[in-house]
Design a protein around this ligand. Structure first.
Ligand code: 7TS
Length: 413
């Protein structure tokens, strides 16, 4: 989506100037940061916004009559509205601030756990991060509901053709990620949502990996719950959101009790506040929430079309360069069916050894199971090396990674 503020010219060198960390050296080499799927880097605009909050208007929100508290409250609520607009939610109170995606999924899993009964079914995809598996498993154990799995193909795409066979009038919930963190696969969530709704099931989409690359429209998707983490979107850590349709959030019991989530408290009975406060007990991550709004503004300044174009180019180029290695094994779908993630191994080598050696040359790659062990079990491997790109990365950095991999491989074979 292009907004009034979107850059007309995508100049990666200029964009890199916004990110102070990209000038750091690691082990005596310029940093090449290719672990963006774990967390993205933070532009000066977001750092300034957070520093401004602490320097000029640090105060608790929603509770003070004093000016500082009102300034902080306004900034926090303004940020909620920016995020509402970004995801095209109908109402600002359908956006709940959370500590991140993991927290958001737990709110929904624990809430639905109270509605599930023995024999009910919930469906998860084979491509999930542990945070979209374990909370539901815990709920199934508690309630006697059954967890079913939508399997994946060898190429890292879901077996959508098997979804109809899994869905039934027993299905209560379906939860799938928009994009796989380990492989980058973009899942056909619109079809999954429609099919789940046809049998009366609700759908939670984990958008943590999609959010830095794809602007989701929750009304167009007709999704029931959508979650993201700010730190993967150039924002601060420890904050994210849960989007939920108003009537579903109203039905859902609160996750935590405490201050600010109540309407009236007595020892006999407590009544809860309305949305969004029912789910926002205690002092939230105020600086984080405000910084998240600044990160959304920043991403719109870059422009999601620009982001896609540049990242597709990077992932195509890196794939071609990696294919020059004799003993490379690439996992996951082709470039046009995934975001800017490449998962790979070298025959007979351990991903951890590769990651450790290239780190000595300043390159940050993630290695291991990526908190997605079922995917690794599917491929019968302990883990992969993962390079994940952002719009501020360059082809020159990819060339540096390739050289470093050449050196690492030479040492290990
Ligand atoms: N869901 C997906 C798809 C993710 O990729 C992650 C984090 C989470 C949920 C959890 O997000 P959090 O902000 O609550 O921690 N993924 C990764 C990763 O791929 N490498 O490090 C963290």
């Amino acid at each position: 989506m292009k907004t009034e503020t979107t850059l007309d010219v995508f100049d990666v060198d200029k964009i890199r100037d916004d990110f102070p960390i990209l000038k750091e050296e690691i082990n005596g080499y310029p940093l090449v940061y290719f672990d963006n799927a774990a967390t993205s880097q933070t532009p000066q605009q977001v750092i300034n916004c957070i520093s401004d909050y602490y320097s000029r208007y640090n105060a608790n929100i929603h509770r003070g009559v004093h000016t500082l508290s009102q300034t902080a409250t306004d900034a926090y609520e303004q940020s909620r509205i920016k995020i509402q607009n970004h995801f095209n939610a109908k109402r600002s109170h359908e956006i709940l601030f959370t500590a991140g995606t993991t927290h958001a999924i737990n709110i929904v899993a624990s809430g639905y756990g109270q509605f599930l009964k023995k024999g009910d079914e919930v469906i998860v995809s084979a491509l999930e991060h542990h945070s979209n598996i374990v909370p539901w498993q815990m709920m199934c154990e508690k309630t006697g509901a059954n967890l079913k799995v939508l399997p994946m193909h060898q190429d890292g795409m879901l077996k959508l053709e098997e979804l109809d066979g899994l869905l039934s009038d027993k299905t209560r919930m379906v939860f799938v990620n928009h994009v796989s963190n380990a492989l980058g696969s973009i899942n056909p969530i619109k079809t999954i949502i429609q099919k789940a709704h046809d049998v009366g099931a609700k759908v939670l989409i984990d958008g943590a990996q999609a959010a830095p690359h794809i602007q989701a429209d929750v009304q167009e998707l007709d999704v029931d719950f959508y979650t993201v983490s700010a730190h993967k979107m150039c924002g601060p850590t420890g904050v994210g959101i849960l989007y939920g349709k108003e009537h579903l959030l109203e039905e859902l019991p609160p996750y935590q009790g405490g201050g600010e989530m109540i309407s009236d408290v007595s020892f006999e009975k407590t009544t809860y506040a309305g949305l969004p406060h029912k789910f926002e007990a205690g002092t939230p991550n105020i600086a984080g929430g405000i910084g998240f709004g600044a990160a959304v503004d920043y991403l719109h300044k870059i422009g999601f079309d620009n982001i896609k174009e540049h990242e597709d180019e990077l992932v195509s180029y890196a794939t071609e360069r990696l294919k020059e290695f004799d003993k490379i094994i690439l996992y996951g779908p082709e470039v046009n069916r995934k975001t800017a993630v490449i998962s790979f191994n070298f025959e007979g080598l351990h991903s951890y050894d590769i990651g450790t050696l290239v780190d000595k040359m300043g390159i940050a790659l993630r290695t291991g199971h990526h908190c997605a062990q079922p995917i690794m079990k599917f491929y019968k491997i302990p883990g992969t090396v993962r390079a994940s790109f952002s719009f501020y990365n360059t082809k020159e950095e990819i060339d540096i990674m390739i050289k470093a991999l050449e050196r690492a491989v030479k040492m290990l074979y």
